[in-house]
Every structure is written in structure tokens, then in C-alpha cells.
Design a protein around this ligand. Structure first.
Ligand code: GLV
Ligand code: MN
Ligand code: MN
Length: 432
């Protein structure tokens, strides 16, 4: 029987310090802020560091065909199926240091904790750092967990980034091949479960005084691209009443998205986060605008209704302003419940270490877990973050909470092992 660790914070401190180390160049592609897009130079440097930490923790490390870093802590038998613990290593532009990365570091610390005690399981543990969760480079998100779950669409392989660099070229620069990208897919029988620890990225845990929470479900997401086409012209000579200004129309559309997002339940949110104006010159009336629309809700039908209202509102604005509108759905991630059995184990693990019933909450943020749920049962542990701030350089965590999360992760893995044994599975039969 593996004992719970004595209360000390060295491992939690190390996990936080490593995230901090990776928060600056050369692990960031920007000198004055953190930006670690998929397949960039910062990503490559980061994988080298993480591989070294995985090896030091007792794992073998490899980069898979999609650019994910995978550390494997063998079980008592080679080729045993694995419990996957992971999160992502990419960041949004000017992001925080803990979104994603802390979950990867906690995976490494979890393995290190068992390895230091010489404990091997009837299954392997793999720690996975996904290369793209944010959509940090290409216009869709979760590209690399979708590769691992084997649920990529043909259109994913034809993606290009904002600079026009295609996925094939980006992979080539990373020493990977487009033709082999799908080889990152894992077989169902090789993956027992996927578990992700992540900062909450919201204010609930802090407001209610909980260090940790357990995620019951992850909200449904849509990502659209809107292209508004007007008529460009001289800013000094085009009379106002004759203009078909694409940016003025887009501005009205942004406000419609905001209004509709605010009309539903609290978990309905709608955001325009990116906009490109063409030609983008002070003395030219804008002729074309492209912008993103992100719509989310805990219940798929609520998101869908809002998306329908947005479509109607934007078409009305386009018609009234006589501009063209092309709205393309780029990504549809359904609302994803976490596995009830695994989540109960996680809740018990949290109770083991905090002595209190854990707060159960829905995640408005997207996570690789919502994709991995298509491959295996998933559970998520949330950690409180300061002020609920995320996707921002002010993102912060308390070392004590990170240590508590690590203790919950080790308690979870111990409970997972016992559940396996009790279930009398094929694997356990082999063990007997
Ligand atoms: C990722 O952080 C997302 O929720 O979009
Ligand atoms: Mn994020
Ligand atoms: Mn994240």
C-alpha cells in the first residue's frame, strides 16, 4: 500500500518553479511576454526541458508524431496499458505560466513521487504534454489531442497559420511529417483513462475558499470565422452615406455577439477575440474584415440557440449595411461530461487530502480532456488560481495549493490502482 506523502511543499514548489522557468525566452517565442505557439522555437526548447525532467523522474520520454511530449513510467509488465496524466504546453499570446503547463508538471511530480518510493503499478503511467490545445497557431484548437484520440478531420491536415505557413511545413520545421501525423493516435485498449489537473481559470474556488475542485463537465464550444466584405475607398473623398464600410459593420456585429451572449444563463458566453482589418490603413475605408466568434455554454442546446441568434443578427446587419457576410463554422466541441466513476475517485482523493467534500464545478474553459473523452474515461482536478485570472500574464497560483493538488493526484492514482485490483480486470488477472 502506498502511503500519502508527509506534508512538505518541495514538489509543489518545484512544479511552480518549472512553470516559471518555462515562462520566458527561449521557451517563449516573444522576448517580453509568454507566447508559446504550437511547433514554434519555444515549443521545441520546452520539449527538451520537459524530456529531461521526465527522465529524471523515472520515465522514458519521446515526442510523438503530432509533436506531443510523452513520458512513460512502465508498469510491472512491459506493454501494459497506461493511465494518461496530461495537459497542454502551448500558450495563448501574452498568456500565463500555469494554464496547461502546471498540469504537465503535476503529472511529472506524480510519477516522481511513486518512482522515489519504488512503486510500480499493474499499468503504466504516461505523462503527456499536448502541443496544441489553445489553437495557438492554427485556427482550430486541440489539434494534438484530436490526433491522439484519433478524431482528426481531413480539413485539419490542410490548415495554415496566420502567416500562411501550412501544417505540413510547420511539422517539417519540427522534424515531423504530415503523412505521419495521424500515427499519434492511440489504441483504445492501450489507454485506461485520462486525467488532467488544471488551474480553474475562474473565481469560484477562491471565492468559496477551496484549494481544489473536481470538474463534472466541460462546456460546449463553437468557433466561427466571419468575413465581412464591403468596399474600400479613399477616406477623404468617399461620402459617408455612400460607404459600405466593412469595419463599421463588423463593429455592429461584435456588439450583437456581446448582447446575445449576455442574454442567456450565466454560463453562456460569446466572444470576438480576434479581428483583421483590410487593408488596415488610416486613410482607406475598410473593405474587408475577418473576425473570430467563440460561443460556449454548459448545455449544448443553449449554445446552439445563441449561435442561431448570432447568425440571424449578423445577417440582418449585413443586409442593412449592404456588405457581404460569410460565416464559417470552424470548430464544434460538444459539452463533455467527465466520467462519473473516475470523478468520484478524484472527489474521494480530494477529500483524503483536504478533509472536506470537494467543490464540483463545470468548466467554461476548454481542455484536452474533452477530446480525450472520445478515447477513454476522463477526470479533471481544478486548482484555485489568484483572482480567477487566466489567459493573462497575471495568472498566479499558491505553492501550497499546488502541493495539495499533487497529494490529491497521488491519492487518486492509489485509489485508481485499488479500483483496478478490486474490479478483477484482465490486467489484474495477469497480476495474480
Ligand atoms: C482554452 O483555454 C479555451 O478554453 O479556449
Ligand atoms: Mn488556455
Ligand atoms: Mn488550458
Amino acid at each position: 500500500m502506498v502511503r500519502m506523502p508527509a506534508r512538505e511543499t518541495a514538489s509543489g514548489l518545484r512544479a511552480v518553479a518549472r512553470c516559471d522557468d518555462l515562462g520566458v525566452a527561449p521557451y517563449s517565442d516573444a522576448d517580453d511576454h509568454l507566447f508559446r505557439p504550437y511547433l514554434g522555437a519555444g515549443h521545441a526548447a520546452t520539449l527538451d526541458r520537459i524530456a529531461a525532467w521526465m527522465t529524471e523522474a523515472g520515465m522514458t520520454a519521446r515526442v510523438d508524431a503530432a509533436g506531443n511530449i510523452v513520458g512513460r513510467y512502465e508498469g510491472r509488465h512491459p506493454d501494459a496499458p497506461a493511465l494518461l496524466i496530461g495537459s497542454h504546453v502551448d500558450s495563448v499570446r501574452d498568456g500565463g505560466r500555469y494554464d496547461g503547463m502546471l498540469g504537465v508538471m503535476l503529472g511529472i511530480e506524480t510519477v516522481a513521487w511513486f518512482a522515489e518510493r519504488g512503486h510500480r503499478f499493474p499499468f503504466a503511467i504516461e505523462v503527456i504534454g499536448f502541443g496544441d490545445e489553445e489553437g495557438s497557431r492554427f485556427p482550430v484548437s486541440m489539434l494534438t489531442s484530436r490526433a491522439v484520440a484519433g478524431v482528426l478531420g481531413d480539413q485539419d491536415l490542410a490548415l495554415a497559420d496566420a502567416a500562411g505557413v501550412g501544417l505540413a511545413e510547420a511539422l517539417d520545421g519540427f522534424g515531423l511529417e504530415l503523412a505521419r501525423f495521424v500515427d499519434a493516435a492511440r489504441h483504445r485498449e492501450d489507454v485506461l483513462a485520462y486525467v488532467e489537473a488544471h488551474i480553474e481559470q475562474g473565481p469560484v474556488l477562491e471565492a468559496e475558499g477551496h484549494a481544489l475542485g473536481v470538474v463534472s463537465a466541460i462546456a460546449a464550444q463553437y468557433r466561427f470565422r466571419a468575413v465581412v466584405t464591403g468596399v474600400a475607398g479613399h477616406a477623404g473623398t468617399m461620402a459617408m452615406h455612400l460607404r459600405r464600410d466593412a469595419l463599421a459593420a463588423a463593429a455592429e456585429m461584435v456588439l450583437a455577439v456581446e448582447r446575445i451572449g449576455g442574454m442567456g444563463p450565466e454560463d453562456l458566453v460569446a466572444t470576438v477575440g480576434r479581428m483583421e482589418v483590410g487593408p488596415g490603413v488610416p486613410n482607406v475605408v475598410p473593405g474587408a474584415v475577418t473576425f473570430s466568434i467563440d460561443v460556449r455554454a454548459g448545455v449544448g442546446a443553449v449554445r446552439d440557440r445563441a449561435a442561431d441568434e448570432i447568425r440571424v443578427a449578423l445577417a440582418d446587419i449585413a443586409a442593412r449595411r449592404t456588405v457581404g457576410l460569410d460565416l464559417t463554422l470552424q470548430q464544434d466541441l460538444p459539452a463533455t461530461p467527465c466520467d462519473s466513476v473516475l470523478s468520484r475517485l478524484m472527489a474521494e482523493a480530494v477529500q483524503d487530502v483536504t478533509g472536506a467534500e470537494p467543490r464540483i464545478l463545470v468548466s467554461g474553459a476548454g481542455h484536452d480532456a474533452m477530446v480525450m473523452a472520445r478515447l477513454a474515461p476522463v477526470a479533471m482536478l481544478f486548482l484555485r488560481c489568484r483572482g480567477g485570472v487566466s489567459h493573462h500574464p497575471a495568472e498566479a497560483v499558491e505553492v501550497d495549493d499546488v502541493q495539495t493538488a499533487l497529494e490529491a493526484m497521488t491519492a487518486f492514482v492509489t485509489r485508481f490502482e485499488h479500483t483496478w485490483s478490486d474490479a478483477g480486470t484482465v490486467l489484474t488477472e495477469e497480476e495474480k
